[in-house]
Design a protein around this ligand. Structure first.
Ligand code: KIV
Ligand code: NA
Length: 259
């Protein structure tokens, strides 16, 4: 069980071996995912919805994200942990971005950070990597851009759109990102980008030909019941089991069977 590093991502792609990534938000979840052999853990800003009850990712703060990232690190001391930079923790200035990304490594013990965007964040990615902070890029559907995009939209539907995504992928690669997430684009576009850059693509809703896959843990486990994205694959129905268990408990107390 070799420790995963940014080098592992490169080697896996070169060897044609897929990379698994799951979001995780707490210590027990991290311990289970890491010991189960998941290659990398992402403390996603989906934390805002899956765990904290916000309507989207925009309200999540640095402090909230760090709080959870520290728990993930405590639960899986040897895992490759990626800290997802919250909305407005890296947009205002590169200086603020560097400080906040530094906090993820120094305070939470993260191995890398993730931020959303293509060409427009490439100079920032270069600065982060130049400072010693590994960066996972994120292209395609960008949940931190829903206000300007007018919602959650599939990207790369037109040839122009697909060409722009490839251009973005090349820019983040050149800037030094060690891999990039591809979210919600047609399978052909996921495949085309994966074949045309040297860093691994980690897909979510972007087809089978990405170099790896990432899923939101709570969707995978059937724990997030408000909304299920089309690309989510359910491996369990823990939400239903959870409800059945606590319903049985409440009933047993009511009827004095549990005492
Ligand atoms: O926050 C998140 O869960 C993510 C993944 C969907 C990649 O960014
Ligand atoms: Na995210």
């Amino acid at each position: 069980n070799n420790k995963v590093t940014v080098g592992t991502f490169r080697k896996r792609k070169a060897a044609g071996e897929k990379i698994s990534m799951l979001t995780v938000y707490d210590a027990p979840g991290a311990a289970i995912c890491h010991s189960a052999g998941v290659d990398s853990l992402l403390v996603g800003d989906s934390l805002a919805m899956t765990v904290l009850g916000y309507k989207n990712t925009l309200p999540l703060t640095m402090e909230e994200a760090l709080h959870h990232a520290k728990a993930v690190r405590r639960g899986a001391p040897d895992a490759f942990v990626i800290f997802d930079m919250p909305f407005m923790s890296y947009q205002a200035s590169d200086e603020e971005a560097l400080r906040n990304a530094g906090r993820a490594l120094k305070e939470a013990g993260a191995d890398a950070i993730k931020l959303e965007g293509g060409a427009e964040v490439a100079p920032l990615i270069a600065k982060l990597v130049g400072s010693g902070i590994p960066v996972l890029a994120h292209l395609g559907l960008l949940p931190q851009h829903i206000m300007t995009a007018g919602g959650y939209k599939l990207t790369g539907k037109t040839p122009e759109d697909a060409a722009r995504l490839l251009e973005d992928a090349r820019k983040v690669e050149a800037a030094g990102a060690f891999a990039t997430v591809l979210e919600c684009m047609p399978s052909e576009v996921g495949k085309m980008i994966s074949e045309n850059i040297s860093i691994p693509t980690i897909g979510i809703g972007s087809g089978p030909d990405c170099d790896g896959q990432v899923q939101v843990l709570n969707d995978l486990l059937g724990l997030f019941e408000e909304f299920t994205p089309k690309h989510a694959r359910r491996y369990a129905e823990l939400g239903r089991l959870f409800r059945e268990a606590v319903t049985a408990y409440a009933e047993d107390v009511r009827t004095a069977k549990f005492r």
